[in-house]
Ligand binder design. Structure first.
Ligand SMILES: Nc1ncnc2c1ncn2[C@@H]1O[C@H](COP(=O)(O)OP(=O)(O)OP(=O)(O)O)[C@@H](O)[C@H]1O
Length: 706
């Protein structure tokens, strides 16, 4: 990694040029993740752009790839209501993002200015801005991208037009987690489902737009409270307030719709745009529509969606695997699959009625094969269990005998027992310890330790049969992988900084990137898949980087799915809509079974290894690819922000007071009201200390992680 200039130098006025083209003009400000500069693009007519520098510390090469990948995805979004993402690159220890410059600044500043001037924003403007935001959100949802962090600070103004910005920056920096949007600075715009950890979906973005709309009308947050908990409680429990009476009932109705608590009842962006009051206004906003229309063209949307999908191929395998289970009622793209959550109906037709593509059918078959394999294994294990019970009885007797001295008719040392219960790994020549990672196959009433052990041994035995030297027939994929040097160790080494980052995540973050449509499916209705369940085990017990049952990082996914790629790597398979002939399906599925078997064993080994080596799950990992370094930067920035709001002296007092109050050091825990009263001694407005609370939260997390 190239040596980088110290951060301080980077903020001086002295002109510096990055990537040989971006000349820094001035600092615009600092946020949670880094510093934004106004720059001139020397290679583009000196056009003004914004360059964001984010300190990411010592990035691992594959983490860099991850961030670049995400950035490339964002650069594909093209809509007048979205801040254009131009470029991204690494400069020393900084990840740099170059975006369109919006001379009007952000909406947060705008609202503050209006408030200071004692004015308000009229209905026509509120309506026009809200519609612009909805059009932009509709566009990105049609490309299957969620923003996840919509707030007034992320909305910019250019030529009096609204533009959504900071797209996915938190995601790039914090991983694709719900946590990413949980503590990026404010919970004011977070939906009840996100706060309840029920997953982020496209309706959560609509909720945030509703909150922004309220703020445009009142210059205040829709849900206010003293302290983080109070705000969160109100969002989840309390009805949204009405808009002030000077705004029309119609506008209020639109707002109330966007703030319906249940995401499934809340309208999508498209549905809000179809509400009578909005659609009438839309007709009057011809200019906005003309611009927006180009981008809502369905054909183009589909083409761009598939481009985005291609870009995220490594990540989209998550959605590919999950898509047949998903209900993406909100997505309008023609190849979006709608399935009711269970397998069923005609072959090749999802229960939602739409035809499955060949690729989807293939995946379903793979999963069904995997399920069958799990059932077989379970059956075999049961048989083995009966045998073992008998054997155990005999062993017991042997043991009794072995402890008896020979002169009493015994065998001396318990060698027979030792031999009988030790299972050996033929490659490592080291005894396997029975593991409980097959838990996923067993229903709760079958959680018999012994059955699990036997299943484990059955897997090992089957695997040994295939990997023993002189085994007849061609080497299986596992053996091939091993001979290529892809070992379980390689797998665990692949993702050093993202270990178990899923522990606190919700299922829905998985399809946030490409398939995050509304409507949640019932995961419990899904048939068990061995791969999935092994990984679920892994998520809880080991260090492999799987999210909700699928490898998360591109590299890891490639390692796993690379095996499938051996037979799936025809170029067409990139495109979910390509129809593969029935014959091809049959042939492929013959391979799938072996492959799945190898994969299972492969996972079993990886788990054995990884759980032995690293069972500690670090909270660091919740922060995603940039790990503790990003958190440290964030802590530093939030602290800076607090000082900016409160002033150094008041901040120190408030910080000290809150730290003690929150830790309950004074004997008994204080109520939120008492804490706020106490704060009043140090600061004029206790709600200004909101960020101090967040600082404490992050610091506690850091402490716990270390
Ligand atoms: N595209 C842009 N055009 C104009 N100003 C911008 C642009 N992007 C950022 N800024 C300004 O730069 C400053 C820093 O922005 P940045 O996005 O880094 O942090 P933030 O929005 O204040 O906080 P957060 O980290 O929560 O997003 C802000 O004042 C913001 O208005």
């Amino acid at each position: 990694m190239a040596p980088s200039r110290p951060t301080k130098d980077r903020e001086t006025k002295e002109a510096r040029v990055l990537a040989n083209r971006y000349e820094i003009v001035k600092k615009l400000g600092s946020g949670n993740f880094g510093t934004a500069f106004l720059c001139k693009d020397r290679k583009c007519n000196n056009e003004f752009k914004v360059l964001k520098e984010i300190s990411v510390g010592d990035l691992q090469p594959d983490e860099t790839v991850d961030a670049m990948h995400e950035a490339r995805l964002l650069s594909k979004l093209n809509h007048p209501g979205i801040v254009k993402f131009h470029d991204s690159f690494i400069d020393g220890e900084f990840f740099c993002i170059v975006t369109e410059y919006c001379e009007g600044g952000d909406l947060d500043h705008k609202i503050t200015d209006v408030k200071k001037s004692g004015k308000s924003i009229d209905e026509k403007t509120v309506l026009s801005w809200t519609i612009q935001l909805l059009l932009a959100v509709q566009y990105m949802h049609s490309r299957r991208v969620l923003h996840r962090d919509l707030k007034t600070r992320n909305i910019f103004i250019r030529n009096n037009r609204m533009k959504i910005g900071d797209f996915g920056i938190s995601r790039i920096l914090m991983g694709t987690t719900d946590m990413a949007s949980t503590f990026t600075g404010t919970p004011y715009y977070m939906s009840p489902e996100v706060l309840k950890h029920e997953g982020y979906n496209s309706k959560s973005d609509v909720w945030s737009i509703g909150c922004i709309m309220f703020e445009l009308c009142t210059l205040e947050h829709a849900f206010m409270g003293q302290g983080l908990m109070a705000v969160m409680y109100k969002i989840v429990e309390k009805d949204a307030p009405d808009l002030p009476s000077k705004y029309s009932k119609n506008l209020n109705e639109v707002f109330k719709n966007m703030l319906i608590k249940e995401p499934e009842k809340r309208p999508s962006a498209t549905e809000v745009l179809k509400l009578p009051y909005i659609s009438q206004s839309l007709a009057k906003m011809k200019d906005v529509i003309a611009e927006g229309k180009q981008s809502i063209n369905e054909e183009e949307a589909n083409r761009e969606a598939s481009e985005l999908a291609k870009l995220l191929r490594e990540k989209s395998h998550l959605d590919d695997l999950r898509s047949p289970y998903e209900t993406m009622e909100d997505m309008e793209s023609s190849h979006t699959l709608t399935v009711g959550g269970k397998w069923g109906g005609e072959e090749g037709v999802a229960s939602g009625g739409k035809k499955l593509t060949a690729r989807e059918r293939l995946r379903i078959k793979k999963m069904q094969e995997a399920d069958k394999r799990a059932q077989d294994l379970k059956q075999a294990a049961k048989v083995q269990l009966v045998e073992n019970t008998e054997r155990r009885e005999k062993l017991k007797m042997s043991l009794e005998k072995s402890t008896l001295p020979a002169w009493k008719g015994g065998y001396g040392e318990g060698t027979i027992l030792k031999e009988a219960i030790t299972v050996r790994d033929p490659r490592k020549e080291k005894p396997y310890k029975p593991k409980d990672y097959l838990e996923g196959y067993l229903s709760s009433d079958e959680e018999d330790e012994e059955l699990k052990t036997v299943m484990h041994q059955t897997v090992i035995r089957r695997h040994s049969e295939r990997t023993l030297p002189n085994h007849s027939g061609t080497p299986d994929r596992l053996t091939q992988s091993l001979s290529r040097g892809v070992t379980p160790r390689t797998l665990t080494e692949h993702t050093p900084n993202t270990l178990s980052m899923t522990v606190k995540q919700q299922p829905h973050h998985l399809h946030s990137t490409l398939g995050g449509g509304g409507g949640m499916r019932n995961l419990d209705e899904r048939p068990i898949t061995p791969m999935k369940d092994l990984m679920v085990y892994d998520r809880e017990h080991s260090s492999l980087d799987f999210k909700d049952g699928v490898p998360d990082t591109a590299d890891l996914a490639n390692t796993f799915y690379g095996q499938y790629d051996d037979f799936e790597n025809d170029e067409d398979s990139d495109n979910a809509d390509i129809v593969v002939g029935a014959h091809a399906d049959v042939e492929e599925n013959t391979l799938v079974k072996d492959d799945q078997e190898a994969l299972m064993d492969y996972l079993a080994m990886a788990l054995e290894k990884s759980s032995a080596e690293s069972t500690v799950v670090s909270d660091d990992t919740v922060l995603g690819p940039f790990g503790p370094h990003a958190r440290d930067t964030k802590i530093k920035n939030i602290r800076g922000e607090c000082i900016k709001i409160l002033g150094e002296a008041d901040f120190q007092k408030a910080y000290k007071y809150l730290r003690e109050a929150r830790s309950g050091k004074e004997g008994k825990e204080k109520s939120e009201k008492e804490i706020m009263e106490g704060l009043r001694k140090f600061v004029k407005n206790p709600s200004d200390c909101f960020m101090v609370d967040q600082l404490l939260f992050l610091e506690d997390q850091a402490k716990m992680a270390s």
